[in-house]
Design a protein around this ligand. Structure first.
Ligand code: SDX
Length: 429
């Protein structure tokens, strides 16, 4: 914190209002506006475009420079040198693990991948064509029904075991959604597989045959989870923090985050990108869709483009594009028609004044869907994969908030409705 001050003058007020200004380790200073309530004012910031909701040490984003740091490590470096579970440890504990800490963490996650057998009966209540995100909202929230022994949010051990259970069980539940959708039996996790190998085994293995997971695809899956792990105070993470501020249990908070992520403006964009590319259908149709995206009267947006914070390339999109090339080459799909449309669309958009002036660049969702489709994951599962990767970010922010003390989140409003008025009897209306 610093002793810098902001001085607010308001027409009609005799004296200016002095507000503290705080500096972080990097990034914009913040103005502490809490004193305004006592002066009869609220701040007004629909969509929280200019609002810092909390102090955090987990992730830093510089949208203008296209920088993303997890506990100080650039995402490009983690994508190249680390793996998903090591990044989970980093996000949760603040430091990279040594070999002993890493092995212990992998072991504890590995031994929490199974879900209570009763949970498999939950799936019978959903139609086979239920959207898997609808199932995940329900089943993840219901996990709290099985862990009465560790829901005291003020107990650090309870917080840690809940974090481990959520990170470990999300791939199992995600794969169960897919198996239920296609009418195949659930596959149990195997403790001799890595986190991402295990997920692909539970997705594509069957009791009749369980081929060895392709290591290139497992690495790509691991990188997709890693690139989705955390992203500062995005909509779903802010939802998890707000839900957690009421004292709700971590499983309920993560279910709230899953519900928020589902929207096409947020995590649902990866599914929407594939739907859009399939609707474009051919490179020759791209100009028509670019025109629709620029038309103020047309609600259509170029899915996978633009970002509230990034006004430069999303660094995750660059790594995702490189992974996309690797996976399609491994599978002999370099000529994938959707990839051709995506690359041409990116090239045209990045040269078009509308996108250049509005600083609309490809985001994390633009290429991820092409990789997942190539791996054999159906489009409706894309946001479930995003939620699986993001669970560690959600729970790390929840853990940070609970550990460091919090108040219940309760924003105010600018009220423009009726002031007090008399009730008119119905026969007089
Ligand atoms: C994620 O917050 C995070 O960190 C999220 C995320 C994470 O990891 O958690 O990064 C994950 O959600 C990535 C974003 C995925 N969403 C999409 O790809 C959907 C398409 N993108 C847009 O809907 C939009 O860009 C948002 C929602 C991502 C950002 O919206 P903002 O910040 O509220 O910006 P805006 O809607 O005010 O747009 C600014 C201008 C507008 O034009 P004007 O009204 O100023 O004339 O840019 C235009 C918009 O119409 N615009 C687009 C566009 N995105 C913005 N025009 C066409 N196509 C687009 N994709």
């Amino acid at each position: 914190m610093t002793d810098k001050k902001a001085h607010l003058t308001v027409d009609g007020l005799n004296e200016s209002i002095e507000l503290p200004v705080y500096s972080g380790s990097v990034g914009p200073d913040v103005i502490d506006v809490r004193a305004l309530t006592g002066k009869g004012f609220f701040t007004y910031d629909p969509g929280f475009v200019s609002t810092a909701s909390c102090e955090s040490k987990i992730t830093y984003i510089d949208g203008d420079k296209g920088v993303l740091l997890h506990r100080g490590y650039p995402i490009e470096v983690l994508a190249e040198k680390s793996d998903y579970l090591e990044t989970c440890y980093l996000l949760l504990h603040g430091e990279l693990p040594n070999q002993k800490q890493y092995d212990e963490f992998v072991d504890v996650i590995t031994h929490h991948t199974m879900v209570h057998e009763s949970i498999s009966r939950f799936f019978q209540g959903f139609h086979h064509n239920s959207h898997p995100m609808a199932i995940m909202c329900g089943v993840v929230g219901a996990l709290s029904a099985f862990y009465h022994d560790s829901l005291d949010i003020n107990n650090p051990q309870h917080r840690l075991i809940s974090a481990h259970r959520l990170i470990a069980k999300m791939p199992t539940l995600a794969a169960m959604c897919y198996k239920h959708h296609i009418g195949q039996p659930f596959m149990y996790p195997k403790n001799d597989l890595s986190y991402s190998e295990n997920f692909l085994h539970m997705m594509f293995g069957t009791p009749c045959e369980d081929p060895k997971v392709n290591p290139v695809l497992a690495k790509a899956m691991d990188r997709i989870f890693l690139l989705h792990a955390d992203h500062e105070q995005n909509a779903s993470t802010s939802t998890v923090r707000l839900a957690g501020s009421s004292g709700a249990n971590p499983f309920a908070c993560i279910a709230a985050g899953i519900a928020t992520l589902w929207g096409p403006a947020h995590g649902g964009a990866n599914e929407a990108v594939l739907d859009m590319l399939e609707e474009i259908g051919d490179v020759k149709n791209i100009d028509k869709f670019i025109a629709k995206a620029k038309d103020k009267n047309d609600p259509f947006r170029l899915m996978g483009f633009g970002h509230r914070v990034y006004k430069n390339f999303d660094p995750r999109a660059k790594v995702m594009k490189q992974t996309c090339d690797e996976v399609l080459a491994e599978l002999g799909l370099e000529d994938d028609p959707l990839l051709k449309i995506a690359k041409r669309l990116e090239q045209i958009a990045l040269e078009d004044d509308y996108f250049v002036q509005k600083k609309l660049y490809p985001n994390v969702d633009f290429y991820s869907g092409i990789i997942m489709k190539a791996i054999g994951i159906p489009t409706e599962m894309f946001t479930v994969i995003f939620a699986t990767g993001r669970t560690v970010g959600w729970i790390a922010h929840w853990h940070e908030m609970i550990s460091e003390g919090f108040k219940i989140g309760r924003p105010r409003q600018l009220y423009t409705g009726y002031t007090t008025r008399d009730f008119t009897a119905r026969d007089k209306r």
